[in-house]
Design a protein around this ligand. Structure first.
Ligand SMILES: *Cc1c(COP(=O)(O)O)cnc(C)c1O
Length: 395
């Protein structure tokens, strides 16, 4: 399969809107149509060789899936221990909520304390491999510290632009990791404008979510991990706190790949998006039956990762929810906070508010008949509660 340090990598990139094919071995952002690009692999060739049995004894990080990742040169795999996070059985929370079985996938145990490490680990590795000289990204917080960490490990400079009211521990972390940190009075969308200017004027490479093809490749590994950690199957339902949606879109892509690889059949978990009541563009679009989401005005929530008023991958999120038979709900900030405490007392996991939001969503989804007592559910705690110390719910 592999020769020395060389891996097969992607065969090409594909526009998620038009299906147009593009060369993968170039530094690239969006497709010519202005839409996200997906990396495609020769899954036919991998079938029967890249199997759960082959992967089982490998290293305990996301590079265990290297044949379905885009990095070709192993020397460019920038690794800090990302991925292969614990899948924790949570019987007391399952009993509280009245579902058959419930697990918490604890992404707070990633480097930099959030699952942003998966995406940025891949994006920085690939930018390094393809010769980028200077990186940049707008962030609601956690993507900034993950980018700072991987850029530091890769030896590349990075400019991180974040809202000035980003949680203080995250700001300290970004600065300590050597990034050029710029604060802005505004939201992540305003920070994006500063980055675009730097791209045009100074040739920075933009690592914004889904505006380059590889963060989603890092986050898709959560889909492969679910399967392996549940003993070779998928749950009935996945509840995912959605900002830009990279993880949800990534897992949906992973399930498609896993079917082509022969790991699973046509079965899929129901995918559920959770957002904050103060910033719920995907929930609103879902309820309206739209296939795109309008920008949310005056976004406000203490769950920094959910303070994302508009997402370039909106149509991909909504498509995954629809095709999976899932849905979308919004929860109030104070409920996130309450469930952070209940989950903590039940399990020993100090969750981020985004993780609290997934637990808070379950009773709402059960009321709507979307999750049943018979379901086995995986909740994503996407970050560590330690990164939000000092932040309080906005409602
Ligand atoms: C970024 C972030 C999210 C949202 O993730 P997406 O994949 O962009 O939707 C959720 N929780 C935390 C802690 C985050 O940092």
């Amino acid at each position: 399969m592999t020769e020395g340090n060389r891996l097969p990598g992607a065969t090409h990139l594909e526009c998620t809107a038009t299906g147009e094919h593009l060369e993968s071995e170039q530094l690239i952002g969006l497709s010519p149509a202005g839409k996200p690009l997906f990396a495609r692999y020769d899954l036919e060739a991998l079938r029967g060789r890249f199997t759960p049995q082959a992967v089982a004894p490998r290293r305990a990080d996301l590079w265990r899936y290297e044949e379905v990742l885009p990095v070709r040169d192993r020397a460019c795999q920038v690794a800090l221990g990302e991925g292969w996070t614990p899948m924790l059985d949570a019987p007391r929370t399952a009993a509280r909520l009245g579902v058959r079985r419930l697990w918490v996938k604890d992404e707070g145990q990633n480097p930099t304390g959030s699952f942003k490490a998966r995406g940025l680990g891949l994006a920085v590795s690939r930018a390094l491999e393809l010769g980028a000289k200077e990186l940049a990204l707008p962030s609601a917080g956690n993507a900034g510290s993950a980018a700072a960490a991987y850029a530091a490990a890769a030896g590349l400079p990075v400019h991180v632009v974040v809202p000035s009211d980003t949680p203080a521990p995250i700001l300290e972390e970004i600065a300590a990791l050597g990034a050029d940190l710029q604060l802005l009075d505004g939201l992540i969308t305003d920070c994006g404008k500063v980055v675009r200017r730097g791209v045009e004027e100074n040739g920075w490479f933009d690592l914004s979510t889904l505006k380059e093809p590889y963060r989603v490749e890092g986050k898709k590994t959560m889909g492969y991990e679910l399967f392996e950690q549940l003993g070779g199957r998928l749950p009935d339902a996945i509840v995912y706190p959605t900002g830009g949606g990279t993880g949800l879109i990534g897992m949906w892509k992973a399930f498609d790949e896993m079917e082509r690889l022969g790991w699973i059949g046509a079965e899929r978990p129901k995918m559920f998006t959770v957002q904050a009541q103060g910033c719920a563009p995907m929930v609103r679009a879902w309820e309206r039956g739209d296939d795109h989401a309008d920008m949310w005005e005056n976004a406000a929530t203490y769950a920094a990762g959910l303070r994302v008023p508009g997402a370039v991958g909106d149509f991909l999120i909504l498509r995954a929810l629809r095709e999976s038979g899932g849905g979308a709900v919004a929860v109030a900030d104070h409920l996130m906070g309450e469930w952070v405490h209940k989950l903590g007392a039940d399990t020993g996991v100090f969750a981020a508010p985004e993780g609290g939001a997934t637990v808070a969503a379950v009773p709402l989804l059960m009321e709507k008949g979307l999750i049943s007592h018979e379901d086995e559910v995986v909740l994503f705690n996407t970050g560590s509660g330690l990164k939000y110390v000092g932040m309080t719910p906005v409602d």
